[in-house]
Design a protein around this ligand. Structure first.
Ligand SMILES: NC(=O)c1ccc[n+]([C@@H]2O[C@H](COP(=O)([O-])OP(=O)(O)OC[C@H]3O[C@@H](n4cnc5c(N)ncnc54)[C@H](O)[C@@H]3O)[C@@H](O)[C@H]2O)c1
Length: 383
């Protein structure tokens, strides 16, 4: 077995996603398992270079995890030929410029979504990466969640017959920050800093719908800012200029209709923070982050509408749990592994910057639809 060291510049590891999901749960988890076995006698050993703006915060993380390289000089790290991959989990507004530099420096890039704040920028990144011949990947973690993997298994197995509709419900109450600290960073609620739930969540809905049910062909959305004032990390009040809820209807190739509510101003009365109900001619399913339940056509009860009497059935009990039938690793780590195999073993990989641009396009057209109060076609994009 040969061990190949792979240097990955990781920018934004002091943030929520960069630290927990990407550094700890993915890259360090890969090291804990002894590296990534490529199956050809090579084991990849990821060696992160922690990049960011605050050296003391980076050093603290490095020490906590026994890592030795940190830097606040992005250009110097990008000029280092021993660094193969640049990863970005910075705030959304800082991403496009950083990725452009990394690609121009000839690095392979892996990045959080959204890849840019607008379609032009997202497409420019995809084209630049194509022209430079580097490999590129965009985080599309939701399809690696156990609940959605079970749902995909049902789709692939033909469980639903003809799929009619998809209903998604995502969200939870994000505290305003005055009497209890907010559990999400304040930039998410400022449009000028790349915030907003449409830009945050529509990229997810784009690939979830595309990969499971078909490409999104039109969008009609209503974005709202329900909570106009919030308090930031320092307890200072600020105007929430970005949308904190979005009510979207999406037409899909193949004829199904999806309707997804996304909100940071909703209280949870669900089993999971995101749930999708899929109804088809042969059966229905409700999938969350981890669980997935089904009701087959042959086992569908016949409810009768009668508001004069209390409900006579417990509708939730009429569904059957889909078994795991597999071990599900952390979704972020699973996708990192596929990306590393793509870079070092040429394994196929389609969650790339063009796919990322499709997500940004859906967000952009969703906001346009909301501003103009109309349904908008979503044209197919290409390099
Ligand atoms: N895939 C997912 O499920 C998912 C979930 C949440 C967030 N995200 C994405 O991940 C990215 C980071 O989100 P987060 O919630 O971790 O944010 P965060 O605020 O916790 O972290 C942001 C990181 O960017 C750095 N940064 C760089 N330039 C900055 C600037 N000008 N101002 C402030 N911080 C700056 C911060 O130091 C920090 O390391 C966003 O693009 C977001 O859309 C993805």
């Amino acid at each position: 077995m040969t061990r190949k060291t792979v240097r990955i510049a990781m920018n934004g590891v002091t943030g929520r996603m960069g630290y927990r999901q990407h550094l700890v749960r993915s890259i360090l988890a890969l090291r804990e398992q002894g590296g990534l076995d490529l199956g050809d006698g090579t084991v990849l050993w990821p060696e992160p270079v922690l990049l960011g703006r605050r050296e003391h915060a980076l050093r603290e993380i490095a020490e906590r995890h026994g890592l030795d390289r940190v830097s606040t000089d992005v250009d110097a790290v990008l000029a280092d030929p021993s660094v193969d991959i640049y990863f970005d989990a910075q705030v959304t507004s800082a991403r496009e410029e950083a990725l452009t530099k990394a690609i121009a420096a000839g690095k392979h890039v892996y990045t959080e979504k959204p890849t840019a704040t607008g379609l032009d920028g997202a497409l420019a990144l995809a084209r630049l990466a194509h022209d430079k011949g580097v490999k590129h990947g965009v985080v599309q973690d939701k399809i690696f969640l156990p609940g959605l993997r079970k749902l995909k298994r049902l789709v692939d197995g033909g469980f639903f017959g003809r799929i009619l509709s998809v209903r998604g419900e995502f969200g939870y109450w994000v505290f305003e920050g005055d009497w209890q600290p907010a559990q999400r960073p304040s930039w998410n609620y400022r449009a000028e800093d790349g915030g907003g739930i449409v830009l945050d969540m529509f990229p997810h809905w784009d690939y979830v719908l595309h990969e499971l049910f078909g490409r999104v062909t039109s969008v009609q959305a209503l974005a709202a800012t329900h909570i106009p004032q919030r308090w930031d990390e320092n307890g200072k009040p600020y105007d929430a200029t970005a949308d904190d809820a979005a009510y979207g209807v999406f037409e899909l190739e193949g004829g199904a209709v999806a309707q997804i509510n996304s909100s940071w101003a909703v209280r949870v009365h669900r089993d999971e923070l995101v749930e999708f109900q899929v109804d088809g001619t042969e059966g229905s399913a409700v999938a969350g982050l981890r669980g997935c339940r089904v009701q087959h056509r042959g086992a569908t009860p016949k409810p009768v509408w009668n508001p004069d009497v209390p409900a006579t059935e417990v509708f939730r009990d009429q569904w059957q749990e889909v078994p795991d039938n597999a071990e599900f690793d952390n979704g972020f780590k699973a996708q990192w592994e596929l990306f590393l195999k793509h870079v070092y073993a040429d394994a196929p990989y389609h969650w790339d910057l063009l796919a990322g641009a499709r997500g940004v396009q859906l967000a952009e057209l969703g906001l346009k639809s909301s501003a103009e109060g109309r349904r908008i076609d979503v044209p197919e994009i290409s390099l």
